[in-house]
Design a protein around this ligand. Structure first.
Ligand code: NAP
Length: 413
């Protein structure tokens, strides 16, 4: 058994739908491929330093290394996606991972997608906010503080596609044209996007709960329901339905805000609103302060989270997590950037802030805050990795581990 759990740690458990976190939790980490080793080693040092500073040794994370991707394949005889690792991710409840290369011809569309599907991690959660000093293309990036809940199990991720000319495509084409009266060009490749009330409601429920727990003021359902009425439009309708069924005392709709409350939002109510996907991209550029939490389907969420990430500094610092009601796997949102592998060069920010969100998730807010507060101080001194250095004048470019050293010094100050 390659996975060794640390002797002095205790597993996190779940009691009454909430996490029971001991002072010595075992957290899993997957180093990741390519630049994974560089960013993971640096981040482990930063997270440990923040926990030590915050709790003086009373609390300590006991890390268990888990294996997936290329490192796993070496250890598990060519298996990139070991069952032992999947079981450990379930058992340990909270873990974090670096980026993974998808083996070509390995029978996987993507290891990351497989991981989300196998563990039914139905919500991809991407908090996006601005830290002072980071180069941004916007005049007021500080107005962005939004958390996206992107559905992870259906829409295009359901992967129902038929290749042009294949027997399966012919069968579907015949059915759609002859039995359903559909019209489309001959030889079209065909894709089907299922959107269900079940998957919509569990995602919107998670987004609203997050808004309640974190004192957010609104949740926006983003959809293209004006065109795709029975998928995207249904997502919108089921989202409002869920809010009414389960959160009637905590939420009001935007329509009610004006019809019942004269446009004045009561302090104890979260506004549920919806926006069409295309206008949402404009709004996130022009009036981003109007959005706290976004709930949306897979493809919209994919585009929107990368676009908003770019507004606050890019993929190098955008954090993420994939979770269900029990298990959470935090992750760097960028890929393995193979050309920078083992050069100790890239920005550790994406994994770093995924770890900050992980500390918040387990309730260790003080340690999370130490990192969030120290980070802009280092950036404002223009001590940055190459990706930010090329966008700043007068920057001091440092390595991944060099950046970690500066950040730890600032945390300890
Ligand atoms: P990528 O690895 O994200 O890299 C694309 C570019 O993004 C890099 O060349 C670099 O830009 C910038 N970048 C990425 N991470 C950075 C960091 N930490 N700091 C600074 N800049 C960073 O995307 P890709 O080249 O398309 O994909 C490579 C592999 O990663 C593929 O095998 C793909 O399947 C996999 N992938 C994995 C995940 C995941 O595990 N979650 C996600 C996406 C892709 P510059 O060259 O401009 O400096």
């Amino acid at each position: 058994m390659p996975i060794k759990l640390p002797n002095n740690g205790t597993k996190i458990s779940i009691q009454n739908n909430s996490l029971n976190v001991p002072n010595n939790p075992i957290l899993g980490y997957i180093e990741g491929d390519g630049i994974g080793q560089d960013i993971t080693n640096s981040c482990l040092r930063i997270w440990d330093a923040a926990v030590l500073k915050a709790y003086n040794g009373e609390r300590k994370i006991h890390w268990a290394e888990l294996f997936m991707g290329e490192k796993a394949s070496k250890i598990y005889n060519g298996d990139y996606f070991p069952a032992e690792t999947l079981q450990a991710l379930r058992d340990l409840v909270v873990s974090i991972k670096g980026p993974l290369t998808t083996p070509i011809g390995g029978g996987f569309r993507s290891l990351n997608v497989s991981l989300r599907q196998t563990l039914d991690l139905y919500a991809c959660v991407r908090p996006l906010r601005y830290y002072n000093g980071i180069p941004s293309p916007l005049s007021h990036p500080e107005l962005i503080d939004v958390t996206i809940f992107r559905e992870n199990t259906e829409d295009v991720y359901a992967g129902i596609e038929y290749q042009s000319g294949s027997p399966e495509m012919r069968k579907v084409e015949n059915f759609l044209k002859q039995e359903m009266g559909a019209k489309f060009f001959a030889d079209s490749g065909i894709g089907i996007k299922p959107i269900s009330p079940f998957a919509t409601k569990r995602l919107v429920r998670k987004a609203i709960k997050f808004a309640i727990d974190n004192n957010k003021r609104n949740v926006t359902l983003v959809h293209k329901g004006n065109i795709m009425k029975f998928t995207e439009g249904a997502f919108r309708n089921w989202g409002y339905e869920l809010a009414k069924e389960e959160f009637a005392s905590e939420t009001i709709t935007e329509e009610e805000l004006y019809s019942k409350y004269n446009g004045e939002q009561p302090a104890d109510k979260i506004v549920i609103k919806d926006r069409i996907a295309d206008i949402m991209f404009q709004l996130m550029l022009l009036r981003p302060a109007e959005f706290d939490v976004i709930a949306t389907m897979n493809l919209n969420g994919d585009y929107l989270s990368d676009a908003i990430a770019a507004q606050v500094g890019g993929m190098g610092i955008a954090p993420g997590a994939n979770m269900n009601d029990d298990i959470a796997v935090f992750e760097a949102t960028h890929g393995t950037a193979p050309k920078y592998a083992n050069l100790n060069k890239v920005n550790p920010g994406s994994l770093l802030f995924s770890g900050v969100n992980m500390l918040e998730h387990i309730g260790w807010q003080k340690a999370a805050d130490l990192i969030s507060n120290a980070y802009p101080k280092v950036i404002q001194k223009k001590i940055v990795t190459y990706d930010f250095a090329r966008l700043m004048e007068g920057a001091t470019e440092v390595s991944t581990s060099g950046f970690a050293d500066h950040l730890i010094t600032e945390i300890d100050r």
